[in-house]
Structures are given as structure tokens and as C-alpha cells.
Ligand binder design. Structure first.
Ligand code: MTE
Ligand code: MO
Length: 436
């Protein structure tokens, strides 16, 4: 087999390339290892550890995360971001964009489901929000009243799209093919939702919420909502579930829901209604756009990947699963010959839980080195990690990174519990690094 062809094959027909490289016995050695080395662009110091059938990360990363001619877009004041979709507007942050402890506006991902509404004219403090349904005193509050009547709190909170990591599912599922960049952890200022609900005299019968925002449906049909999600009342009463008007000390930017949005940390981002203007308190689960069926719902028991399922025996996606990112090095990074150590950095988070440990392997999973993991700024903030790994020689490496949550659950080797709309894909990720 010509050396060039394996590389082409990995691009065109990864399974066949894998079979050719690994053979049936599944040991990469001799001529195959050499050919693989040529394909990845350097010797593979730990090549003997490569598990049978493991496609090199260089070829295996999904296109959305890989940077193979991705479409990019630069919004005013933001860095260039991966354009997942134009209508509705969806922008992903590269993992290397997420290198700050607190994510700045300019690197924060964008996920719209409908049209971006026209910015409201006039005083933002005149923006109105209504709280109604299972409450004794339905309330209509302006943003000005909200700020004045309730205790103001400032917290660092992670907000992650429910579909973050979707591109790691095989077979592919429908929806934006996110890598790991549909996450941000900014500092927000607002009031606790529970303070407002108590002021409205929330009833015992209020067991669920329904959230509404001012963005028009893509079709322009005024009777349809772009998205309208809801949650169990316990999450609404969590001290970290906020109604926010400021992000990183600035007025909440329009594209992120300004002048006011919900911020429901650790649960699917879709609950964090932007351009927030109405909440229903309900006895029964909300039935808005994005509720029921297979929307933000996952199988209670694993189903056959790729199978049709209308959501029977599914449960709500609630707390997001443990995930980590590597922000110090980009996939495909080239380092000077003679580099013998990597100083790695990243972040890890786990929905409502915290992260107990972060590990990295540079020898295809044979050994894992524990990284230093910082405490979160507060509950529901992500945790930064860092550490140095040694490299024995020049060549091709893969950096595998894996977090473990406070209940001992680790990121799995492959995206698990396949579901039709691709939620909760949190596999161990790996990037390729070439030294020399
Ligand atoms: N009104 C409204 N709120 C919304 C959305 C939307 O389309 N409209 N998208 C949701 C989804 S799916 C996510 S992941 C987050 C994204 O927030 P961001 O654009 O500020 O990153 O907002 C949520 N809130
Ligand atoms: Mo989302």
C-alpha cells in the first residue's frame, strides 16, 4: 500500500483505512506503524499502545470540530467563531477560545432558535416580565422594579447547550454538529428567580415552569414561539437560578438575551430563556416549543443507535454530564523539535455536580496523569485545570483528556446512550499534537 494512500483513505473511507492499517490481528507494528507515522506526519513514540481499531485523532475528529474548511463568522465585538448555522444564527467557540477563567463576551457561543429580535427601543429598565399561573398574585415587573425590589446577586455560572458534543455521536444525529464549544462560564448579575416566585405567592400546586422570550419564530408566524422550555420547580427554586441583566459587569448584550434573560446553570442552555418576558407556573409539565417527544429528552434505557423512536420511555435531560475541554493547545498543533513537555490547561464541569479530578494521557490511554484542578469560583462555575506532561521524543502524540465528577462518574470512551436529537455526548476527547 502506498504511503500516500492511507492518508487519503482515512479522509475518504476511514473504516477501510483502519482495517488496512491495523489488519485483523489488531496490532500496529512494523511497516504499518511506519506507514501510519507517515500518514500522521511523524514517528509515533507510543504507537505500540494504540488500541486495535483506534483511528488516529488526526483523522477521527468530527469535521465540525476539526477545522477542515469550516465556515466562520465574526459578530461585532466577538472573535471569529465557527458558524454552525446562519438561520437561526448559531456560533461555536473553539476550545482554545475558552482559555479564560471567566468567558468574555467576545468568546461566548451563540445559539438562537428563531430570529434575533429587534433591540427594544428606549430605557431597558422599562422591559416587562410577567409571572403567572399557579401563583396567588400574578406579577408584572419592569426590569427597573426587579432590580430594586429583590436582592441583587453576582455569580460565575456555566451555561451549556443541551446538544454540546453532539458531533461525537455515531451515527450522526440531527441538530447543530457541536464539538465541545457550546459552553460558556461568565459572571452574571441578577436576582434569584425564587425570590420573585415567592413574592408572587407561589402555590404548592406549582410543580413546573414554562419560559417565554420575545424572539420571533423563524417563520415569522406570530402564533408560534422560537423556543419555550420549562423545568421542575426544584430547579427554579435553586439559589443559583437567576434572572440576569448583566454579564461580566456590562449590560447583558442583546445577542445573549439582553436586556434580561434567565440563567439556569448546569441544565440545558435552552432553559435559560433570552429576551425573557413571561413565566408560567404550572401544575403539569410545560408543553411549549422544545418540550416532549425527543426534544431535550433521552432514553431511560439505551436504544439501538440510529433507531427510530418517538420518545416513548424517554426522560427529561436535566443536569448536564461531566465534560472537559483543553484550551491551551489546538487540535493539530505543531511544536518545535526537541519539545519535551507540554503545559496543558483547560476547564471541566459537571452540571449540578462538581468535578473531582481531571486526567490526561499522552500514551493512548496506557497511563493517566492527574492534573491540578482548581475549586470553582462558586457552585455551578466550571473548574480550571492545568498540568505538565512529559514527551519522550519528537513525533506524533495525542492528548486525551477526561474529567471525573463528584460522584465518581468519568467521561466515557465513546458517546453513550445514543438518542435521536443527540444529547449528552460527553466522551473523552483527544487532540493530535506533532512535535518536530
Ligand atoms: N428566547 C430564546 N432563548 C433562548 C434561545 C432562543 O433561541 N430563544 N436559545 C436557547 C439555547 S438552545 C441555548 S443553548 C442558550 C444559548 O445562549 P447564548 O446564545 O447566550 O449562548 O439560550 C437559550 N435561550
Ligand atoms: Mo441549546
Amino acid at each position: 500500500m502506498a504511503q500516500r494512500s492511507i492518508q487519503e483513505l482515512y479522509a475518504d473511507d476511514p473504516e477501510r483505512a483502519d482495517a488496512l492499517a491495523w489488519g485483523r490481528r489488531g496490532a500496529l507494528k512494523g511497516a504499518s506503524l511506519a506507514a501510519m507515522g507517515v500518514a500522521v506526519g511523524g514517528a509515533i513514540p507510543f504507537g505500540g499502545n494504540m488500541a486495535p481499531g483506534t483511528m488516529p485523532a488526526l483523522f477521527a475528529r468530527p469535521a465540525a470540530a476539526q477545522g477542515a474548511a469550516p465556515r466562520m463568522m465574526t459578530l461585532p465585538g466577538k472573535v471569529e467563531m465557527l458558524l454552525q448555522g446562519e438561520r437561526p444564527l448559531v456560533l461555536e467557540a473553539a476550545e482554545t477560545d475558552l482559555d479564560d477563567a471567566v468567558t468574555p463576551y467576545r468568546r461566548f457561543f451563540v445559539r438562537n432558535n428563531g430570529q434575533t429580535p429587534e433591540p427594544a427601543a428606549g430605557d431597558p429598565n422599562a422591559w416587562r416580565m410577567r409571572f403567572e399561573g399557579e401563583v396567588n398574585t400574578p406579577l408584572t415587573l419592569t426590569l427597573g422594579e426587579l432590580r430594586y425590589r429583590f436582592e441583587n446577586v453576582t455569580r460565575v455560572l456555566q451555561m451549556e447547550c443541551g446538544g454540546n458534543g453532539r458531533s461525537f455521536f455515531a451515527p450522526q444525529t440531527r441538530g447543530n454538529q457541536w464539538g465541545n464549544g457550546a459552553i460558556g462560564c461568565a459572571q452574571y448579575t441578577g436576582v434569584r428567580l425564587r425570590d420573585v416566585l415567592r413574592a408572587a405567592g407561589i402555590r404548592d400546586t406549582a410543580r413546573f415552569t414554562g419560559h417565554h422570550g420575545a424572539d420571533p419564530h423563524l417563520s415569522g408566524d406570530a402564533n408560534r414561539e422560537a423556543i419555550s422550555r420549562g423545568m421542575r420547580i426544584a430547579k427554579a427554586m435553586d439559589e443559583d437560578t437567576l434572572i440576569v441583566w448583566a454579564m461580566n459587569g456590562e449590560p447583558l448584550p442583546h445577542i445573549h438575551g439582553g436586556p434580561v434573560r434567565l440563567l439556569v446553570p448546569g441544565w440545558p442552555g435552552s432553559l435559560s430563556a433570552k429576551w425573557f418576558n413571561r413565566m408560567q407556573l404550572r401544575a403539569n409539565p410545560h408543553d411549549g416549543a422544545g418540550m416532549g417527544g425527543t426534544s431535550y429528552r433521552i432514553p431511560a434505557r439505551p436504544i439501538v443507535p440510529g433507531s427510530n423512536n418517538n420518545g416513548t420511555d424517554f426522560v427529561e435531560q436535566e443536569s448536564m454530564l461531566v465534560r472537559s475541554i483543553l484550551s491551551s493547545h489546538a487540535h493539530g498543533a505543531r511544536l518545535p523539535a526537541g519539545t519535551r513537555a507540554l503545559d496543558l490547561r483547560g476547564a471541566a464541569w459537571a452540571g449540578d455536580l462538581s468535578v473531582r479530578a481531571q486526567h490526561v494521557s499522552v500514551d493512548f490511554g496506557q497511563t493517566w496523569q492527574e492534573m491540578q484542578l482548581a475549586a470553582p469560583a462558586n457552585r455551578h462555575a466550571w473548574q480550571r485545570w492545568q498540568g505538565r506532561v512529559a514527551l519522550p521524543a519528537d513525533g506524533y502524540y495525542e492528548v486525551w483528556y477526561r474529567a471525573t465528577d463528584s460522584e465518581g462518574r468519568m467521561q466515557p470512551h465513546a458517546a453513550a446512550n445514543w438518542n435521536p436529537q443527540g444529547y449528552n455526548a460527553n466522551p473523552i476527547n483527544r487532540i493530535a499534537v506533532l512535535v518536530g
